[in-house]
Design a protein around this ligand. Structure first.
Ligand SMILES: NC(=O)c1ccc[n+]([C@@H]2O[C@H](COP(=O)([O-])OP(=O)(O)OC[C@H]3O[C@@H](n4cnc5c(N)ncnc54)[C@H](O)[C@@H]3O)[C@@H](O)[C@H]2O)c1
Length: 307
C-alpha cells in the first residue's frame, strides 16, 4: 500500500517532463496512463522512457546491484504504463499530473475540460511559474488542486517543489506530500507567488548570465565555468538550454509582471526565442545541440553584443 493511498496516476503530456514523471510513477508501482496529442508523440515519449529504464538496468549490472534497477523491475514498470490520446481515459485516475507546455490558456483549457467530463479527483500541475490559484480556479475544484513542480531530469532529481493554491485543502496537501514519498522524492514547500521558490532564485540568476554575454563581460563557456566554482554541476546557460528558452522567457515575464522591472528578460533571451532557437529541443540555443548533447557555442550568440 502506498503512503498516499493512490493507485492510478494520469500524466498529461509526454514531453521532457511528462515522460520522466510517467517513468517514475510506473517504477514506483502506480498504474500510470499518459495522455498526449497524437500517437507519434506518445511513441517517441515511450521510447525515451524505455531508453532511460535501460540506462538504469545497465547501472544495476555495472554496480553489482547497488545502483539502478534489475531487468524484472524494468518489465514491471513498462507493464504498468499505458498511453492514450483521449482525456476520457484519465477519468478513473486518483490523481492527474498535467505537464503540457507553459501556456496559461492551454493549462486552463485542460483543467476545464477535465471538470466538464466529470473528473472529480486530485489534479496537480507541473507548471514552473503560472499561478496555482489561477489554474485551480479553471478546474473549478480549487481545494483538490495544487502545484507539483518536478525537476529535470525527473528520474535523477530528488526535489519536488509543492505549491498550495489559495484554496488547496489540507487533505490534498497531505496526499501530495505522501505521493512525493511514494515516488522517492523530497518535498520542498513553497507559496503561490511568482516563480515559487526555486525559479524565483534560479531564473534571475540565468537572466543575469545572459546579460553578462550581451555586455561582453565573459564568453558563453566561461560564464558556465564560473558556476562550477560555486559547486554547481551545470552552468546557467547550459541549464537554460536544457529547460527550454521559451520556458525561461515565460518565467522571466511572470516574475517581471508580479515583482517589477528588476526581473525584465534580457534582450538576447527574447531574440533567441523569437528566432525559434529554444535550446536542446530545437538543436540550438546558447549552444548548438546534437541529440541533446552540446556540440559548441551558437555563433549567433557568440557575436551578439549590446550595452
Ligand atoms: N523542461 C524543464 O526543464 C521543466 C522543468 C520543470 C517544470 N517544467 C514545466 O513542465 C511543463 C512541461 O514542460 P516540458 O518541458 O515537458 O514541455 P514539452 O514541450 O517538452 O512537452 C509538453 C508535452 O505536452 C504535449 N501537449 C501539448 N498540448 C497538449 C494537450 N492539449 N493535451 C495533451 N498533451 C499536450 C506536447 O505534445 C508535449 O509532448 C511546463 O509547464 C514547464 O514549465 C519544465
Amino acid at each position: 500500500m502506498s503512503e498516499s493511498g493512490l493507485k492510478k496516476i494520469g500524466v498529461i503530456g509526454i514531453g521532457t517532463m511528462g515522460n520522466g514523471i510517467a517513468q517514475v510513477a510506473a517504477q514506483s508501482g502506480f498504474e500510470t496512463v499518459v495522455m498526449d496529442v497524437d500517437a507519434g508523440v506518445l511513441e517517441k515519449g515511450l521510447d525515451s522512457i524505455s531508453r532511460s529504464l535501460d540506462r538504469l538496468v545497465k547501472a544495476f549490472e555495472k554496480s553489482g546491484g547497488e545502483k539502478g534497477i534489475d531487468p524484472a523491475a524494468k518489465d514491471e514498470a513498462v507493464n504498468r504504463l499505458s498511453t492514450t490520446t483521449l482525456s476520457e481515459d484519465l477519468l478513473d485516475c486518483d490523481l492527474i499530473i498535467e505537464a503540457v507546455p507553459e501556456r496559461p490558456e492551454l493549462k486552463e483549457k485542460i483543467n476545464r475540460k477535465l471538470a466538464e467530463l466529470g473528473y472529480d479527483n486530485l489534479l496537480v500541475s507541473n507548471t514552473s511559474g503560472i499561478s496555482i490559484t489561477r489554474l485551480g480556479a479553471a478546474y473549478g475544484r480549487p481545494e483538490k488542486f495544487m502545484g507539483m513542480h518536478f525537476m529535470n531530469p525527473v528520474p535523477m532529481q530528488k526535489g519536488v517543489e509543492i505549491i498550495r493554491g489559495l484554496a488547496t485543502s489540507d487533505e490534498t496537501y497531505a496526499t501530495v506530500v505522501a505521493l512525493c514519498h511514494d515516488l522517492g522524492k523530497i518535498e520542498i514547500a513553497a507559496e503561490d507567488k511568482a516563480g515559487f521558490a526555486i525559479n524565483r532564485m534560479f531564473v534571475p540568476f540565468c537572466n543575469e548570465a545572459v546579460r553578462i554575454i550581451e555586455e561582453g563581460i565573459a564568453s558563453v563557456e566561461d560564464v558556465d565555468k564560473c558556476t562550477y566554482c560555486l559547486g554547481h554541476k551545470m552552468g546557467p546557460l547550459m541549464t537554460s538550454d536544457y529547460v527550454g528558452l521559451d520556458t525561461m522567457l515565460f518565467i522571466c515575464e511572470v516574475l517581471e509582471e508580479e515583482l517589477g522591472s528588476f526581473y525584465k528578460p534580457s534582450p538576447l533571451l527574447k531574440r533567441l526565442v523569437e528566432s525559434g532557437q529554444l535550446g536542446a529541443k530545437t538543436g540550438s540555443g546558447f549552444y548548438t545541440w546534437e541529440k541533446y548533447k552540446a556540440s559548441g557555442v551558437n555563433p549567433d550568440v557568440a557575436r551578439y553584443r549590446i550595452g
